[in-house]
Design a protein. Structure first.
Length: 210
């Protein structure tokens, strides 16, 4: 449908006002919110994600696209909730205790939202208890841990140990990422996945949730 392709293109180009106008027009024309979400907003964000992974665009363009996607999502979210349109899964994400960095985490959030997941961002400097509590309260399938400092990276191991000792053990997957984090470290602490960038995180979550 042409109008949905237009929405996707405007999301990709970071055009907030155009996205809002076209989403409103879709609703007036009776186009379903699921179509608007998946074939318009998500399609546009998925496209920018691919370009980001291929180094064709960079962080500023991703942030602009994310804002455009969110501007459209704000309009349809009440209807999505009312109609109980299912998401692809729920992800808890946060920067671990002792680390106050959030730019990388925020980009991962946008990529996951753009892929159709419900993302619960618990913020920065997050203790292990907060990750587990959020996963329990929201019925999450994946916990995503972020760290930008080598001094805080070791706390990811504590989160993994806490998850394994909790009631959500065996039901929630844990993925890790951030500048100092490596696949070898992820393997060492028993994480279920590692991503070196935001696009990779989205692909890993899709694979883990199936």
């Amino acid at each position: 449908m042409e109008i949905l392709r237009e929405i996707a293109a405007h999301v990709e180009n970071g055009k907030n006002n155009e996205v809002r106008l076209l989403v409103g027009k879709c609703l007036e024309e009776g186009i379903g919110v699921s179509d608007i979400l998946n074939n318009g907003l998500v399609a546009g964000m998925s496209s920018i994600g691919i370009r980001f992974r291929n180094n064709e665009v960079f962080v500023p363009e991703v942030l602009m696209a994310a804002r455009a996607m969110k501007s459209g999502l704000e309009i349809i979210k009440p209807i999505l909730l009312q109609e109980k349109v299912p998401t692809k899964g729920t992800i808890i994400i946060g920067t671990v205790l002792g680390d106050l960095h959030d730019i990388g985490k925020n980009i991962v959030c946008y990529m996951l939202q753009g892929a159709g997941f419900d993302v619960i961002d618990i913020g920065i400097d997050a203790p292990k208890e907060k990750f587990i509590e959020a996963a329990q309260n929201h019925g999450a399938q994946v916990i995503a841990l972020s760290s930008l400092l080598s001094t805080t990276m070791s706390y990811m191991k504590e989160v993994m140990e806490a998850v394994r000792a909790s009631e959500i053990a065996g039901t929630v997957k844990v993925i890790v990422g951030g500048a100092p984090v490596t696949q070898a470290f992820a393997d060492e602490i028993g994480a279920h996945g590692y991503a070196s960038d935001a696009s990779g995180a989205s692909e890993i979550v899709k694979r883990l949730i199936g």
